[in-house]
Design a protein. Structure first.
Length: 291
């Protein structure tokens, strides 16, 4: 029962690309029986591509340019995809002011004096925009397993952007290893249930909770803990930070948001999902040697 064994354990972790915050984090990680994964940027590559821009007025270039103006200031994976698409198409991106991110819901900003919102139906509804004209578009993309976001200008819906976001190549293998270790696996995402389903199926996760805002993610962790589960949360985003902090052990994906890294007990230094099962088994082995 020597602290030296723990230190050796964390040293081996660091060499493998796993940073454990402290001894307590290592000990908690060894007792995990449930692993909750964020979807976007964690199970998926986090580099979604814009695959469709449906404008109600037919001007899809203006739609993408407007969206890029707002998203330029965001570090959300969808934001990168929008800006990349606008730049790739050589579009003139207008200047936006007063940009406000609503974690897990979307982002708003002002362009040419009108308020633009990009995100889920909930965000648009909250700011008083009429979403009825675009609901069929959203449903069609969701049915294809794409992540779709709505755009409004003032109270008018303008259109829909759709993204494809593939699962990371080794996500299914990471899930399989965790399950082989006897752990229960859950997907917890802010995205729609329709967009989450094909990803969950592809990586072999049966239990999915979708449409979860940051506070909902936190509540899910608390509920699992109340059921007696010892929970690891694996996430990459600002929207995951409350859940990462509340979990028995938070695991931050390499390449994720700074706040995710700061809140987590374990940081993966590379965006390699196999480091998640490796981190938990390293913790178990290290703690076993000292008992
Ligand atoms: P996940 O929980 O899978 O990582 P997020 O919580 O980051 O997903 O995002 C959930 C949903 O919130 C997205 O599918 C999108 O509808 C909306 N959203 C959040 N941030 C943005 C943004 N910057 N631009 C557009 N949509 C956003
Ligand atoms: Mg995420």
């Amino acid at each position: 029962a020597t602290p030296a064994a723990l230190v050796a354990g964390t040293g081996a972790g660091a060499r493998a690309g796993i940073l454990v915050r402290d001894i307590e984090a290592l000990e908690r990680a060894a007792r995990i029986n449930t692993v909750v994964f964020d979807k976007t940027g964690t199970l998926t590559a986090g580099r979604p591509a814009l695959v469709a821009a449906d404008a109600l007025d037919g001007d899809s270039q203006r739609l993408v340019a407007l969206a890029a103006a707002i998203e330029r200031g965001s570090e959300h994976p969808l934001a990168h995809a929008v800006v990349e698409a606008a730049e790739g198409q050589g579009l003139d991106i207008p200047v936006a002011h007063d940009i406000r991110a609503v974690s897990g819901e979307g982002i708003t900003g002002t362009v040419d004096g009108s308020r633009i919102a990009i995100g889920g139906v909930r965000l648009l509804t909250e700011i008083g925009a009429h979403t009825a004209p675009i609901e069929a578009m959203l449903a069609r993309h969701a049915a294809e397993g794409r992540t779709a976001v709505a755009i409004s200008e003032g109270r008018r819906a303008k259109g829909v952007l759709a993204f494809s976001d593939a699962a990371r190549p080794n996500a299914a293998e990471a899930v399989r290893r965790l399950r082989d270790d006897g752990l229960e696996i859950v997907m917890l995402t802010g995205d729609s249930a329709e967009a989450a389903a094909p990803i969950a199926r592809g990586v072999g996760i049966e239990r999915v909770e979708a449409g979860a805002r940051p506070a909902d993610k936190l509540a899910t962790i608390a509920r699992l803990q109340a059921e007696g589960r010892v929970v690891a949360m694996v996430g990459d985003g600002i929207n995951d930070a409350p859940a990462l902090a509340a979990a028995d052990i938070g695991v931050a994906m390499g390449g994720g948001a700074d706040v995710a890294l700061e809140t987590a007990g374990i940081a993966l230094l590379r965006p390699d999902l196999l480091l998640a099962p490796a981190a938990l088994s390293l913790s178990r082995r290290t703690v076993a040697t000292i008992r």
